[in-house]
Write a protein of this length. Sequence first.
Length: 67
Amino acid sequence: MVVTKDTIIGDILDFDQTTAPYFFEIGMHCLGCPASRGETLEQACEVHGVDADELVKKLNEHLSKKA
């Protein structure tokens, strides 16, 4: 999986649950909430005041190490 700013958060978590700490780091603690799981990465970053490009980079680096 390659994460982009348009990737749905629920899809990322379904693909690899070990990505959850990256969401916790940005203050997104309600990962089980249907609303948050349906947001794009960019939408969540906007709400939490985080640079979406930086989170995309971190997630892709994390996932590439598991491949």
